[in-house]
Design a protein around this ligand. Structure first.
Ligand code: ADP
Ligand code: MG
Length: 690
């Protein structure tokens, strides 16, 4: 096939700029919006606050206005017999005079605005009225193009023409990729119809039907891929059957546990117990806001492993956190006959050898540590359960590494305090089952969040002073952005000095990413033990540090942080019995989006609500964790943030297929498995996980 208007140069540009190589690529280059071009407005009806409209009339005259050196504004005075307006250009005089002729009838399409009291259209689309049949135009698609492409004449209009030519040349219907028995009950249009209508719709309804079908198709195959992957793994690896609830668990529950579990904790425990006793390997994501009591749940799961004669491990992202976990677990298990050991980079020499030996001969019951745990030389006697804290640093590859430590893979429980909206979780952690703790232990006072401007330092400092005099501790966080680490560091250093001067009566600690681990640990310990009252830090404190006495979190230049980051930081306070505060300090200049972020933070403490808002504000591509998860996005039309319902629909359908055809060999599903294979082969991201 040959497409008119696509010479070698344009072909190269399409490839380079948009990755369009084949006709299929072109077909799958979907419009990002449509404009209804079936209606012509009268100039007397038009006001500047209308969206894109079209009018029909004639150019009466041209006029030029000088705008500084060598720049001019070209104005065409235009009339449709009912009113007047101006068409305005800031460049391209030659083209305009050559192509637009006074007295000839044109259809002008653009966004009306007002200038000097007159309606005007800036750089409008202009078509020869005699060339256009309005009935046929319907919805006009708009395609994303780059500056480079526009310079070479590949405008949205040009792409529209290419796709329309291509569609007109397609004699055969495009082959279907989803079987009838899925499509029909959902009332989706065929692939052929969707492809033609997405580029060439006659009505708004056409575009909606086409988009729904194509979004569904995309999300359905993502889900089918994930579920198939999980299913294959489940069948490949058997899991230990940890049925027994024994002495350790029962002793802990009736003697050591001093409070009642929350309803959510009980529900989640139930889910975990069921998994561990199912004979299949557990791969579960445990989500819950900071302080919701995940660690306790994990601990009880570890006790079940021990009761069944197995070992358990708990892996944290940093040494500080590993040590904190060690402390917590030791306290919880006081007086019980459970051997707990620590393995981090700090554990060296004879101690390390001893830990490793006892681990291998099975005398260690619980190992707590950092990534050191998954190093090759660490051998367990029989690892039954691996708990991973803060999953976003722990992708599919690392999980696989854990599995290699035994004949059977251990059960895996991944805890995360980064709430992920359901539909997103289904997509990026779709191979994990998800448990959610959506309830805080009773008696917790919600953190109060306050917005302050950066010229209100007096009241800010007074507030801080007041809290410290009440015996509390305070975090003060400075932003740090990678590209300019040096200047940010300077920012932190001068900020630290200013604060030292402002609070001569208190002691301050300081932590940032450029410090050596040893120094960091030392500064952190000073704060944890209460020797210092203020911790000045960059976001290195974001993950998991627990200082219940710290009740104030001040975030400076809060406008430079993302929502989920702000929420994570805020989660560092509110851990004790006292009322806690989070103070977001910003400059007066805020963009709309920033203001929304700050408002959401002040309005809610609910991590899931914040995550949903974050997803809507930023889109899924930027979310932390999507990179490391191993299942990256490559969606052309669907939008995880906005198409939640379709994600759910796709998930349900994919689940039905996997349930009914676990061996992937039923004839009626043949087209699905073939298509999935094709997609895995052509899509690098998908190939990476399979
Ligand atoms: P997370 O790991 O989810 O951040 P933790 O497990 O660290 O939360 O729990 C935070 C604090 O709440 C801990 O001090 C823990 O002992 C306590 N806690 C956990 N569950 C309960 C409960 N059901 N009732 C009262 N306090 C609880
Ligand atoms: Mg925790």
């Amino acid at each position: 096939m040959y497409l008119t208007g696509v010479g070698p140069r344009r072909k190269e540009l399409l490839d380079k700029e948009l990755g369009i190589r084949t006709y299929r690529d072109l077909l799958e280059y979907y419009p990002y919006k449509y404009v209804d071009r079936s209606k012509i407005y009268l100039l007397s009806e038009i006001s500047h606050d209308m969206p894109f409209v079209q009018i029909k009339g004639r150019i009466l005259s041209f006029e030029e206005f000088e705008m500084g050196k060598r720049k001019k504004r070209i104005v065409a005075h235009f009339s449709d017999g009912h009113g007047m307006c101006d068409l305005v250009w800031f460049n391209g005089a030659q083209y305009i005079y050559k192509n637009y002729i006074i007295g000839k009838e044109y259809i002008v399409f653009g966004k009306p605005s007002v200038y000097g009291g007159r309606i005007q259209f800036t750089h409008p689309d202009i078509d020869d009225a005699s060339q256009i049949q309005l009935d046929n135009m319907g919805m006009q698609p708009f395609y994303v193009t780059t500056e480079k492409m526009k310079k070479a004449g590949i405008t949205s209009r040009a792409i529209e023409k290419m796709t329309k030519t291509l569609i007109a040349k397609l004699a055969e219907p495009l082959s279907e990729t989803i079987p009838e028995f899925i499509i029909r009950p959902l009332r989706l249009v065929s692939r052929d119809e969707a492809m033609r209508k997405i580029h060439y719709p006659k009505s708004a309804e056409d575009t909606q039907r086409a988009r729904l079908r194509l979004k569904f198709e995309e999300l359905f195959y993502v889900q089918l891929n994930i579920l198939r992957y999980a299913n294959d793994n489940r069948r490949k690896y058997r899991g230990y059957n940890l049925k027994r609830i024994g002495a350790q668990f029962n002793w802990f529950y009736s003697h050591n546990l001093s409070f009642e579990l929350t309803g959510a904790q009980k529900r989640v425990m139930h889910e975990i117990r069921k998994d561990m006793a199912s004979g299949r390997q557990m791969n579960r994501l445990l989500q819950g806001d900071v302080g919701s009591g995940k660690t306790l749940v994990a601990l009880m799961a570890m006790l079940i492993a021990i009761d069944n004669g197995f070992q358990a491990c708990l892996m944290a992202p940093t040494e500080i956190l590993a040590e904190q976990h060690l402390q917590t677990v030791k306290e919880f298990l006081q007086g019980m006959n459970v051997r707990i050991e620590l393995l981090t980079g700090i554990v060296k020499g004879k101690k390390r050898r001893d830990v490793l030996d006892s681990l291998a001969n099975g005398t260690v019951n619980i190992l707590i540590g950092t990534h050191a745990i998954i190093e090759d030389n660490v051998r367990f006697h029989n690892l039954g359960l691996a708990v991973v804290d803060e999953q976003h640093r722990f992708g599919v590859a690392q999980r696989a590494k854990l599995w290699n430590k035994n004949d059977n893979p251990p059960h895996v429980l991944i805890m995360t305090a980064t709430p992920i909206p359901r539909t997103l979780a289904m997509t990026i952690y779709g191979d994990l089952d998800v448990s959610i703790i959506d309830e805080l232990p009773p008696g917790r006072k919600p953190i109060e969040t306050i917005h302050k401007y950066d010229n209100q330092t007096t009241s800010l400092y007074n507030g801080i002073r007041q809290q410290i005099l009440l015996g509390r501790q305070v975090y003060i966080v400075f932003p740090l952005i990678k590209e300019s680490e040096k200047s940010d560091l300077k920012n932190l250093e001068t900020g630290y000095e200013t604060l030292c001067e402002a609070f001569p009566e208190f002691r301050l600690s300081k932590i940032h990413g450029q410090m050596k681990d040893k120094e960091k640990e030392a500064e952190m310990k000073n704060f944890v033990s209460g020797q210092t009252q203020i911790l000045v830090a960059t976001t290195v404190i974001e993950v998991g540090v627990n200082v219940p006495n710290a009740s104030v979190m001040v975030i400076l230049d809060a406008q430079r942080f993302g929502l989920s980051q702000l929420h994570q930081l805020r989660g560092r306070v509110g851990r004790g019995a006292e009322q806690s505060y989070c103070i977001l300090v910003t400059s007066h200049k805020l963009t709309n989006e920033t203001r929304k972020r700050i408002d959401i933070m002040c309005y809610t403490n609910d991590g899931f609500e914040i995550a949903e808002a974050d997803l809507k504000l930023r889109g899924p591509g930027d979310l932390e964790g999507t990179q490391q998860s191993g299942i990256a996005f490559d969606l052309k039309i669907a939008d995880i943030a906005r198409d939640g319902q379709i994600v759910q629909m796709a998930r349900n359908e994919a689940q039905k297929i996997i349930d009914a055809d676990p061996d992937c060999n039923k004839t009626e599903n043949e087209i699905l498995w073939r298509r999935l294979k094709e997609l895995r082969n052509t899509n690098i991201n998908w190939a990476a996980i399979s």
